[in-house]
Design a protein around this ligand. Structure first.
Ligand code: BEZ
Length: 211
């Protein structure tokens, strides 16, 4: 069954390029990004893994652990990593799950049989410290993901988990936020001492509260 926002991220034990992991234990109290790849030794996936390796410090800054998955075996992943490092000017620095049995891919509904009944699509799951799914994205095999967007969404998720705000279209770290509709005008004045700009009763902006 498809996983929905708020669902518990399925736990699993799996072989990875950095040893065997128990997923929930590996996550600890961090946030997590689990993202799938249709197959090893494929061009788009090669660029995606290289991109994530180069910007891993951005995930670390946000206390997010990243982990990739493909249904190919471990020895294939290990050979492919050499190509990724060579062609993408990086040094792979996060695990890739070897999911030959498709156990994890099936638990996360990463195989969409009307497209391909063996390989995974490009799924992204952002998982909170409570192990619940905070974001899902699904891209086709032919389109590489925008990891800057994934970082941007994580910034929004982490902000809105702790403050009664939402983030508007195309919001970026440091820009004004929207006061949650559940907050009354009177409470908004107290909660947001930097000020509230009231454009409409339902559209109120405030400077980003945690900056
Ligand atoms: C790729 O990663 O380049 C790719 C994988 C499967 C189908 C098409 C492209």
């Amino acid at each position: 069954m498809a996983l929905r926002l708020g669902d518990l991220a399925p736990d699993f034990t799996a072989s990875t390029t950095e040893g065997t992991i128990d997923f929930h234990q590996w996550l600890g109290d961090s946030w997590g990004v689990l993202f799938s790849h249709p197959a090893d030794y494929t061009p788009v996936c090669t660029t995606e893994l290289g991109t994530v390796a180069r910007i891993k410090s951005e995930f670390e800054k946000r206390k997010v652990k990243v982990i990739a998955i493909s249904v190919d075996p471990l020895n294939s992943h290990q050979g492919w990593i050499k190509d990724i490092n060579e062609t993408q000017r990086c040094s792979m620095n996060f695990p890739i799950i070897a999911d030959e049995s498709r156990r994890v891919a099936t638990a996360y509904d990463m195989i969409h049989p009307n497209v391909d009944d063996r390989a995974t699509v490009r799924s992204v799951f952002v998982i909170g410290p409570d192990k619940r799914i905070k974001l899902t994205l699904t891209y086709p095999a032919s389109t590489g993901r925008n990891f800057a967007e994934i970082l941007r969404v994580i910034d929004s998720l982490q902000l809105t988990a702790n403050h009664k705000v939402a983030t508007p279209a195309d919001w970026r770290q440091g820009e004004d936020c929207i006061v949650s509709p559940s907050v009354s005008d009177a409470d908004a004045q107290k909660l947001f001492p930097k000020g509230v700009r009231r454009v409409k009763p339902y559209l109120r902006y405030t400077p980003q509260p945690n900056m």
